[in-house]
Design a binder for this molecule. Structure first.
Ligand code: ADP
Ligand code: MG
Length: 686
């Protein structure tokens, strides 16, 4: 291969011959149906065979170089082929040569013509006439036909050198072709069916490697660490239940059962408790903490903001006012003295439950015997931060609370070593939430409705995506010039001067210092403000049951899950809630998939699945969240079914052969370690 070509390939990360083998086509092109003249139609994409009868060149009025071929078709008609600014074609064709041309037919009235068609010598094309053509990703300077030619030239001898990584029994169970056949069929398929069978094999293999890695990680964690055994006696169980302010819902009950089973083992629990906003996760968390305390260990609950931490603290104090459980609050705003005395109590084991913020993660924070770490609304914390509370001889049990429902496919990958408990049904007695979509020009009457709610003693949120007003250039040429995205500052001053001049309005956004933020939130929570204008920072966990209306400006700019989280702010009390999603000027809310879904469903799980389909797994599986290398051929959303199969397979492998000693598996295990050993810190298992 010449050096310039090698350089082009290197741009695609193709450096070694074997890289080429695993550089799979991103799609296949069905050859256009071979057609003869009588079936020619305007705008039809066809292939036809013809003979070159004239070659011409000229410079067009606009100064472009035009290269033309006149082909006499086998049916006796003429078709003119034209290319612009492709000087290299000059030396490509001879008169009387037979070609197969593929392109879109245009009629000039008298003749047919094709602009920028593809051509191949007729005899060469003959062989491949009906085969799907692989479509590879390219880089500038490298053409599809060149790429195909490279593959044809180099791959066949290489294929034979690749070793099979999947044991025969597995291949026949999963009905997948062997590696040689699959490599051949993915690059040079004789039919589409063979191509997709080959793709299925490599997708399954990739997902299997991922799932095996996650299962190994889980096995390693379970083996290496000791956690306190928290066995609940019947007496402890009923004592705890008596402390809780409500009778458990069936889903809370199930989640608690799962947690009890986990915590009764000497293996650290690693569980995600997911439930929509307001589904009652806190109660389950309280149970777990009390179970831990009853077993003479300390528990800690970490919240993403100080407001939330204080909220949890106050709730716990209420529930535990007549018990011996000692509760501490560790937040950033404690005085040095308060902080030091709390730290002393914690280190001495003289406080049982500590509620706090990230302040819990400081170096000097020590527990005497930490048995349980609960992280609320975990998506606001980095994975690494979570990890820091883990390192000790005795590992605490871990429980993560999330109100962002995690679609099953994501739970199986990014959070692969987590067990998941789910609260689907909310506690009874919730008033309904009504959702409306509106246009900007309907706002005036909407504000009147909001004002009536305030008149009745309720409170309202107004959400704007940005802090300050900025003009944004729309990519879409059809929209006129620039648009304003609603900002908290803009909405704040507009509402204060206009429709809500007579109301108490506060503003909240990320640029305020944290003291200011806390105080605005506290004012709103205490009913000292009627309206809180805010960016999406209120998304997480704020509980003001008296707030019943939320207006989301430029709602079409927010993700579905985010919209739903925001709506969650007003479904917390016994009053009915009202959410209004206002589309930006120029966006038709009724024609927006996301907004329509938001209007029609109030089920966070359903919306999360939909969001995943609409947006792809990008932000959920971003490296910041999962730290895993990207998938090459599989797509965890589209290939959810294969993911499930792979997971089952991986778990069975480890169950039947915990040491991974079976020599038939050694290739697969090596592949797994090579790919995920670092990111998942897999030691030398197997
Ligand atoms: P989230 O899952 O969003 O954290 P919370 O735990 O804050 O939800 O619960 C929301 C509201 O539901 C709280 O006011 C809580 O007291 C109430 N609640 C929780 N569990 C029950 C229950 N089993 N029966 C009645 N109300 C409940
Ligand atoms: Mg909560």
């Amino acid at each position: 291969m010449d050096a310039s070509r090698a350089l082009l390939l290197a741009r695609l990360e193709l450096r070694r011959a074997v890289d080429l083998l695993f550089f799979f086509p991103r799609a296949y092109e069905q050859p256009a149906p071979r057609t003869s003249d009588e079936h020619f139609q305007e705008n039809l994409r066809v292939s036809f065979t013809g003979t070159v009868i004239d070659i011409s060149e000229k410079v067009t009025q606009s100064g472009k170089h035009m290269f033309g071929l006149l082909l006499r078709t086998d049916g006796g008609g003429n078709v003119r082929l034209m290319w612009f600014n492709q000087m290299f074609r000059r030396n490509m064709y001879r008169r009387d040569e037979r070609l197969v041309a593929t392109g879109i037919l245009r009629s000039t009235g008298l003749n047919w013509e094709m602009i920028q068609p593809q051509t191949n010598p007729a005899d060469e094309q003959q062989v491949d006439a009906d085969r799907p053509l692989p479509v590879y990703s390219l880089t500038e300077g490298l053409k599809q036909s060149a790429m195909r030619a490279i593959m044809k030239q180099y791959l066949p001898p290489l294929i034979e050198e690749i070793d099979e990584a999947l044991p025969e029994a597995m291949r026949s169970r999963l009905e997948i072709p062997g590696v040689h056949q699959a490599l051949h069929d993915i690059h040079f398929p004789a039919t589409e069916g063979l191509a997709s069978a080959a793709q299925r094999r490599f997708k399954l293999q990739e997902l299997l490697v991922l799932q095996l890695a996650l299962s190994m990680q889980r096995q390693q964690r379970e083996r290496s660490s000791q956690a306190p055994v928290c066995e609940p006696s019947g007496k402890i169980h009923s004592r705890i239940l008596n402390r809780l302010p409500h009778t458990l819902t069936p889903d809370q009950q199930t989640s608690i059962d799962e947690i009890r089973q986990d915590m009764a083992r000497p293996i650290p629990m690693n569980r995600l408790l997911q439930g929509d906003v307001g589904s009652g996760k806190t109660l389950v968390a309280q149970y777990a903490m009390l179970l831990c305390v009853a077993n003479e260990h300390q528990a800690t609950l970490m919240a993403p903001t100080e407001v939330l931490a204080r909220q949890h603290y106050a709730n716990l104090q209420k529930s535990l006012s007549h018990s011996r459980v000692r509760i501490g609050l560790l937040v950033g705003t404690l005085s040095k003295k308060e902080r030091n005395s709390l730290l002393e109590l914690m280190a001495a084991g003289e406080v049982d439950v500590v509620v706090g913020t990230q302040a819990l993660l400081s170096e000097d924070v020590q527990f005497k015997r930490l048995g349980l770490v609960i992280v609320d609304e975990q998506h606001k914390f980095g994975v690494l931060q979570r990890a820091r509370l883990r390192h000790d001889n005795l590992q605490p049990h871990n429980l993560i609370l999330s109100a962002t429902p995690i679609p099953r496919t994501i739970a199986m990958t990014a959070f692969g070593d987590l067990d998941v408990s789910t609260i689907r049904t909310k506690p009874p007695g919730r008033a309904p939430v009504h959702t409306y979509l509106a246009k900007v020009d309907q706002l005036e009457s909407w504000w009147k409705f909001v004002d009536k709610q305030i008149e009745q003693g309720r409170q309202a949120y107004v959400i704007a995506p940005r802090v300050a007003q900025t003009a944004v250039d729309e990519e879409d040429e059809s929209s006129v010039g620039t648009k304003l995205i609603a900002s908290a500052e803009g909405a704040f001053s507009e509402l204060r001067q206009g429709p809500f001049a007579h109301r108490r309005i506060g503003m909240l956004h990320g640029r305020l210092d944290s003291e200011m933020k806390e105080s605005v939130l506290a004012q709103f929570a205490n009913g000292e403000l009627d309206i809180l204008v805010s960016t999406t920072v209120v998304e997480v966990g704020i509980d003001v049951p008296n707030a019943t209306v939320i207006t989301i400006l430029d709602a079409n700019r927010l993700g579905l899950s985010q919209l739903h989280q925001l709506r969650g702010r007003i479904s917390r009390g016994s009053f009915p809630g009202y959410a209004c999603a206002v589309a930006s000027d120029g966006c038709d809310a009724t024609d927006n998939d996301r907004l329509k879904a938001f209007e029609h469903s109030n089920d966070g799980f359903e919306l999360a699945e939909m969001d995943l389909k609409l947006r792809g797994p990008g932000d959920l599986l971003g490296t910041s969240q999962s730290g895993l290398p990207a998938m090459r051929i599989a797509n965890i959303v589209e290939d959810a079914e294969l993911l499930e199969i792979a997971r089952k397979e991986a778990r069975e492998i480890l169950q039947n052969d915990p040491e991974l000693a079976d020599p038939d598996l050694s290739k697969l295990v090596n592949q797994t370690l090579k790919r995920y050993g670092k990111s998942l810190q897999l030691g030398d298992v197997g």
